[in-house]
Structure formats: structure tokens, C-alpha cells
Design a protein. Structure first.
Lengths: 416, 132
């Protein structure tokens, strides 16, 4: 685990940069790997084999994991469906509900800042004839409950609002949305890939009917996820994958026992450590923000700082282009909203949805802090970012204009 | 994505960073690109009495390839006549820096910056001659 090795700022010659991209993925916790290993080799049975001990021990492990996953969101184990990840869970929740109830209801509500796999699924459903409302967000990234209420009609089958955003980490008011959806009699689905294990979640207190969970965002393995599907009041789904009828017929296919054991253990650890880890990550995040703010003027945090998961910061460093900046902070593994490499040259749609100018969206960095981030790494990151931003501002014609008091918006720029 | 060694070299050791005074009659300034697109280049040339570019400076807001493209052209235009500088093609820049297809626009912008700087210099000279 070279990427997690603590180091001081002077001798940063390690092969790997410091990993500050925990919203992209997380390493497996060694405890998770330990729990998984026996299920690759000696305990390799098919959990659906009912007639011998190999099957029984695999089934037992799967059911324990199901309880561990259920526990972290306050659900019943019977309400957990294992999938290949949050993308599949989101597809199953939205397509499953839309298709099952299509004779009576044909309207779906979601939010413009949702993950691509929710938005793309909604686009697909639109092509099948469903109607989709994409709610805007306020400049802090949160939805307006009055707008949600106004959008719900008697044709609405499901409302899908993510728990925490993958780019800016903002946490939507899930309990309020849940209460509203329950009152209006529509299902509430939440993509909680970025929220599970980071903030307390309770599907009953929050009136959540379906919830998507990802393994690799919570120090579990890649290729495994879960969908919570409420039993009372019952949510019905049309399956996307047909076969042997596993997972109450909602998701056929032999369950990957080692991955499921890993997801369960990852949930157990996250639930146990959420409180202390949340405080530690918040302190590291505050240290990072304070450190760069103290030395750099004209920087802006994107998204609400109060309603936010502990390990996320998204900062626009005005007058410095994000991709150029990522190249400058080469000892840090981070990501940018600049997406300059994409064919469209369009910056992040999430940042644009906050009302950020394209130019500010181009200057953003996402800094993801997680379980293996140390204080020394944060201190090194502060110095490295300050140095790179300062150097690139000296190179920036926009910074020069800003220093000279020229309003960059007053200039007529050519499109290209 | 990975960058070529030449891009990294220009990014880490950019040549001729800085600015000349815009009102100097021997200076031409080209400002191309747009902040909303993620690239802005400012290229300045200082031209001698006999029409040779004797110095050049740049500042760029953009990715590593944009910074490298503009840094490179400051080296290339020095010592050239205006016509020679105007003949620099974006394909030469892209080829020299081994830019991948998604970064070709950076070299296009650098070529535009040269042409804009030359046009600005000529405009300034025409203005001065008119006053004289």
C-alpha cells in the first residue's frame, strides 16, 4: 500500500502520488480482504447449493453479509438485493419501478446533479416514452423542497435524489424528501453510493423506499453493490436480469460470495468507525481548507460546507485551469471538474448546475480524503497546492489582468 | 492521460514567461482563446527596426499542452521575420510536442496567437506612421 505511506514534504520521491481521490474509489481495507480470502479457496461453495456443506457455509456467509449491509442503513436483511455495484442498483431501481408501474404511472423525478448512471437511465426511460423532470439545485447544491413538491403529480411513480454528491459531497435533505414522498404516495429512491458509511442513514426514519449502495466507495471490493428494496409498504420491481430467480427474483445469477462477504465486512467496519472517522476526516478537511485559504487569495469552495460528507472538498482556484493544475500537483492523485480532455471540452455539469461560470468550473479540483489519509499527507498537499497555484498564476494572463484591475468578464472573448 | 517528455519539459520549465509593455510601439500582443473554454494565451513579440522578432513573451491559462504550445512558439518566433513567424503551422507545433488528437486545439490556439500578435504589431505601426 505505497499510496498510503505517510511521508514528509522534503523527500517525496515515492513511486505513487498521495491518494486524494476517495470519491473515485477506495482501497480495500486489509480487514475486508482477510474476511474475503477463505471464500475464494476452501469455502468456495455456491450459496444456492442446498444439498451439501459447501453450499451451506457459503449461504451462511452471504446471509451474515446481508445483515451487515442492512444494519448500516437500518433495514431488514430481507430487503437487501446484491448487485454488481451502484450503477446496476440505480438502473434496477429506476427501470424496475418505472416498468412495473407503467400502466398507471409514467413520470419520474430526479435532479440535474445526479450521477451519470441515474441521468443516463432516465434518458433511456424517456426514449421509451416515460416523462422525466430534472430538478435544478440551489447555488449550494441542494434541492428546493417546494420545487420537488410542485413537480410531483398523480402520474409520478418514483423520485430519485442522491444522498451525497460524488463531485461536491453535498448531502441532500433525505428525511424531508422522504416525508414528502410518503405523503404524496410516490416511491423515493436514493443513490447513496457516496453517503453510506459516511453519514448516518436510516431507511425507516428517512422514508426511503429504495437505496443504492456501492462496495468500492466504502473500502470494499469493486464489482459488488446492493439495492435496498422496501418490503412494507412493498415496492415491486420488474427484474432486468432473468434466470434462476435468485434475490427474490429481482436479480438472477449466482451470488459472488467473496465479494458479498467483503461488502458486508466493509459495512460492519464503516458502521463501527463512522463516528470517530467522521470527526477525524472533518478535522483533516478543515485543516486542508484552512491551509490553502491562508496562503491563496481568490479560492472558492463549491457546494455547501455544512451539509456535506466529511471527506470531500471541491475548490475553484480562480485564474488557474484545473487540468494544468493537476499536472502541477503531480505528487497528488486528485481530479478536476475541467474535463478538458473530453471531446466536448465541457466542464463539469454538476458545477455548472450550481450556477458557476464555465471559467470557474474549469478551475476546480476535487480533493477526496479518506480512511488512510494522514495529517502529514494533508500538510504536504497544502504546500504542494499552494506552490503549484502560485506558480501557475504567475503564468496566467487572467491573473495578470485581475491584478491590473481588469474585469475579465468585460472582455469580448472569441469562441473556439 | 500521459504527456510527452517535451510537453512536461515546457510545462515545468516554461520559456520566456512574462509581459512587455503593451504601449511600446515595437511590441505586438496577441490574446486568444476564452476563459470559458479553459484556454487563454497571451503572446507578445518585440520587433526590431529591420522587422526581425528579437524577443517574445507569453502567459497562458490552460492545460499542460496549452502552456507547452505557447512556450514553444516563443522560442520558435525569435530571430524570425514577421512573414517567417506567420508561416509557423499548428501541425508543426503538434508534431514537435507529440500532442494527442484531443490536444490539437492547443496548437491551433498557439498558431492563432502568433498571427494575432503580428496583426497587433502591424496595426500599432500603421497607427504610429499615420501620426508621424
Amino acid at each position: 500500500m505505497t499510496a498510503m505511506t505517510a511521508r514528509d514534504g522534503k523527500t517525496n520521491q515515492a513511486k505513487h502520488p498521495i491518494y486524494l481521490d476517495y470519491q473515485a474509489t477506495t482501497p480495500c481495507d486489509p480487514r475486508v480482504v482477510d474476511a474475503m480470502l477463505p471464500y475464494f479457496t476452501e469455502k468456495f461453495g455456491n450459496p444456492h447449493s442446498r444439498n451439501h456443506a459447501y453450499g451451506w457455509e457459503a449461504e451462511e456467509a452471504v446471509e451474515l453479509a446481508r445483515e451487515q449491509v442492512a444494519a448500516i442503513i437500518g433495514a431488514d436483511a430481507k430487503e437487501i438485493i446484491f448487485t454488481s455495484g451502484a450503477t446496476e442498483s440505480n438502473n434496477l431501481a429506476l427501470k424496475g419501478v418505472a416498468h412495473f408501474y407503467k400502466d398507471k404511472k409514467d413520470h419520474i423525478i430526479t435532479v440535474v446533479t445526479e450521477h451519470k448512471c441515474v441521468l443516463d437511465t432516465c434518458r433511456h426511460l424517456e426514449s421509451e416514452g416515460f416523462k422525466v423532470t430534472y430538478l435544478p439545485v440551489k447555488p449550494n447544491g441542494l434541492i428546493d423542497l417546494a420545487e420537488l413538491e410542485a413537480a410531483i403529480t398523480d402520474k409520478t411513480s418514483i423520485v430519485s435524489v442522491m444522498g451525497a454528491n460524488n463531485e461536491i459531497g453535498v448531502v441532500q435533505p433525505l428525511a424531508e424528501i422522504g416525508a414528502l414522498c410518503r405523503k404524496k404516495g410516490v416511491f423515493f429512491h436514493s443513490d447513496c453510493a457516496q453517503a453510506v458509511g459516511k453519514i448516518p442513514l436510516d431507511v425507516n426514519a428517512m422514508n426511503i423506499d429504495l437505496m443504492s449502495i456501492s462496495g468500492h466507495k466504502i473500502y470494499g471490493p469493486k464489482g459488488i453493490g446492493a439495492l435496498f428494496v422496501r418490503r412494507r409498504p412493498r415496492v415491486r420491481l420488474q427484474a432486468m436480469i432473468n434466470g434462476g430467480g435468485q434475490e427474490r427474483g429481482m436479480r438472477s445469477g449466482t451470488l459472488p460470495t467473496p465479494l458479498i462477504v467483503g461488502l458486508g465486512e466493509a459495512c460492519r467496519i464503516s458502521a463501527e468507525e463512522m463516528d470517530s472517522e467522521g470527526k477525524r476526516l472533518t478535522a483533516l478537511r478543515d485543516r486542508l481548507l484552512k491551509g490553502v485559504s491562508a496562503k491563496l487569495p481568490e479560492i472558492y469552495v463549491n457546494g455547501d460546507l455544512e451539509h456535506r460528507v466529511p471527506g470531500n472538498l471541491n475548490i475553484s482556484f480562480a485564474f488557474v485551469e484545473g487540468e494544468g493544475l493537476m499536472m502541477g500537483v503531480k505528487d497528488l492523485a486528485v481530479s478536476s471538474g475541467s474535463a478538458c480532455t473530453s471531446a466536448s471540452l465541457e466542464p463539469s455539469y454538476v458545477l455548472r448546475a450550481l450556477g458557476l461560470d464555465a471559467e470557474m468550473a474549469h478551475t476546480s479540483l476535487r480533493l477526496g480524503i479518506g480512511r488512510f489519509t494522514t495529517e502529514q499527507e494533508i500538510d504536504y498537499a497544502i504546500d504542494h497546492i499552494v506552490e503549484a497555484v502560485s506558480r501557475l498564476r504567475e503564468l496566467s494572463p487572467l491573473w495578470e489582468m485581475h491584478q491590473e484591475g481588469i474585469d475579465i468578464k468585460s472582455i469580448v472573448w472569441a469562441d473556439h | 492521460m500521459s504527456y510527452s517528455e517535451k510537453v512536461i519539459d515546457h510545462y515545468e520549465h516554461p520559456r520566456n514567461v512574462g509581459s512587455f509593455k503593451k504601449d511600446d510601439g515595437s511590441v505586438g500582443t496577441g490574446l486568444v482563446g476564452a476563459p470559458a473554454c479553459g484556454d487563454v494565451m497571451k503572446l507578445q513579440i518585440k520587433v526590431s527596426e529591420d522587422g526581425i522578432i528579437e524577443d517574445a513573451k507569453f502567459k497562458t491559462f490552460g492545460c499542460g499542452s496549452a502552456i507547452a504550445s505557447s512556450s514553444l512558439v516563443t522560442e520558435w518566433v525569435k530571430g524570425k521575420t514577421l512573414d517567417e513567424a506567420a508561416a509557423i503551422k499548428n501541425t508543426d507545433i503538434a508534431h514537435h510536442l507529440a500532442l494527442p488528437p484531443v490536444k490539437i486545439h492547443c496548437s491551433v490556439l498557439a498558431e492563432d496567437a502568433i498571427k494575432a500578435a503580428i496583426a497587433d504589431y502591424k496595426k500599432n505601426r500603421a497607427g504610429e506612421d499615420g501620426q508621424a
